[in-house]
Ligand binder design. Structure first.
Ligand code: PLP
Length: 421
């Protein structure tokens, strides 16, 4: 039996309807922006493997850092103990986060970083005998698949089975120039009528919700209102963090700074799972007490895994030294963005930093289940490019180290596909 057949016998894949899905493609090796399957076919990873792999596959610097760490300390319980890679990572992160961030809490993926942020916010109020339980979130948001994270994400087909068990969340529209007055009015109305604990948002870019962009000035105003009402503002930078938007964090485009940050994905350069939730001193202080019941009782077995921290520290170094390279990718993507604008078969062409997205015109309303999605995906794969359209929304989010030729190849394949439609 080949790898695909063995996989099919035993493995249940994420976001996969196995009755309809073709065999999964076994990848045996990666190098830079390229993945190789078992027959040696090459695929350009134009989605950075679910947006994690920012410095390329098998990146030598990150691989070396992990190899070194493996021989020193692979893991240690993080309650009662600590270690150099975690401390160094905390210092590194605080050196690039806004000055109001003071403490770093570790977990192991994007959803748990959000879950921690939600629980931190709830208990921040609970510890002060203020029982606030409502969160404000955007209608098209995606924050992950654990219960809290799912609750603050868009309600719909993906989570209808769990809807009765969701947290109390009030949703507002993603702001645009046209609806902004209404969004502000709705936002204020929710604050007046509910005990709002926190406002959670993906800054400037709602990723899984369809690569929707919105203006930093609108988000600034919402954060300003929330802060004036002592509502905790949570920036989910799981996707946008570590250079994706052209700045280190998307919130670097904002004047008003969030109280909590959720980080994951690019943090280890796509090598190992790691989640981080950071917070202000004020939030941390609300958990300090002689009373043990005020403790934040949350932790995962692999909290602050030293190998993941070593990978993150190596990735951090690359991030700091790669600012010009990232800007070069932003410039290349801008040329493609301008080129795409001339194409009549697509609309809503948009760019934020290293990401370009557009919607293929279709007579059906845009949705994840749009049949054009499967047509595009299958054809991209056949042509050796990994692009995973969200419904009729196609986006290019490559590793920062992609070469101009590889990027050009992605553009050619997209143009050819659009010609076929
Ligand atoms: C903004 C955002 N938050 C959270 C998550 C969840 O991260 P993970 O898949 O690592 O649980 C994602 C994943 O796509 C995301 O895009």
């Amino acid at each position: 039996m080949n790898l695909s057949e063995r996989d099919k016998q035993h493995i249940w894949h994420p976001f996969t309807q196995h009755q309809l899905a073709p065999n999964n493609i076994p990848i045996v090796r990666g190098r830079g922006a390229i993945l190789f399957d078992e027959h040696g076919k090459e695929y350009i990873d134009a989605v950075s493997s679910w947006w994690t792999n920012i410095f390329g596959h098998a990146n030598p610097e990150i691989a070396d850092a992990i190899k070194k760490q493996v021989d020193i300390l692979e893991h240690v319980i993080f309650a009662g103990f600590t270690h150099q890679p975690a401390i160094e990572l905390a210092e590194n992160l605080l050196s690039i986060l806004p000055k109001n961030q003071a403490k770093i809490f570790f977990s192991d993926n994007g959803s748990t970083s959000v879950e921690v942020a939600i629980k931190m916010t709830m208990q921040f109020w609970y510890n002060q005998n203020k029982h606030k339980k409502t969160f404000i979130a955007f209608k098209n948001a995606y924050h992950g698949d654990t219960f809290g994270a799912m609750s603050v994400g868009a309600r719909g087909v993906f989570n209808s089975a769990f809807e009765p068990f969701a947290l109390d969340v009030a949703f507002v529209d993603v702001p645009t120039n046209e609806n902004f007055e209404k969004v502000i009015a709705d936002f204020k109305q929710i604050i007046q009528t509910k005990d709002v604990a926190g406002f959670i948002f993906e800054p400037l870019l709602l990723g899984s919700g369809g690569m929707l962009l919105y203006d930093s000035k609108h988000l600034n105003s919402l954060i300003e209102i929330a802060k004036s009402e002592q509502i905790i503002c949570i920036a989910d930078e799981v996707l946008t963090g570590f250079g994706r938007t052209g700045k280190i964090f998307a919130t670097d485009y904002l004047h008003h700074k969030p109280d909590i940050f959720c980080l994951s994905k690019g943090i280890t350069g796509g090598f190992l799972p790691l989640g981080i939730t950071t917070c202000t001193q004020t939030i941390f202080d609300a958990f300090l007490s002689e009373d043990k019941l005020k403790t934040f009782f949350h932790g995962h077995s692999y909290t602050a895994n030293p190998l993941a921290c070593a990978a993150a520290n190596a990735s951090f170094k690359l991030l700091i030294s790669s600012q010009e390279k990232i800007q070069e990718l932003v410039d290349w993507q801008q040329e493609f963005y301008l080129h795409l604008q001339k194409n009549k078969k697509i609309e809503n062409v948009r760019q934020l930093g290293t990401i370009v997205a557009f919607d293929v015109k279709t007579d059906k309303t845009s949705s994840y289940f749009n049949s054009i999605r499967d047509f595009l995906y299958d054809n991209f794969i056949q042509r050796g490019v990994i692009l995973r359209p969200l419904g009729n929304t196609v986006y290019v989010m490559p590793p920062y180290i992609i070469s101009k030729e590889e990027l050009q190849q992605i553009y050619v394949v997209i143009d050819e596909m659009l010609d076929l439609l």
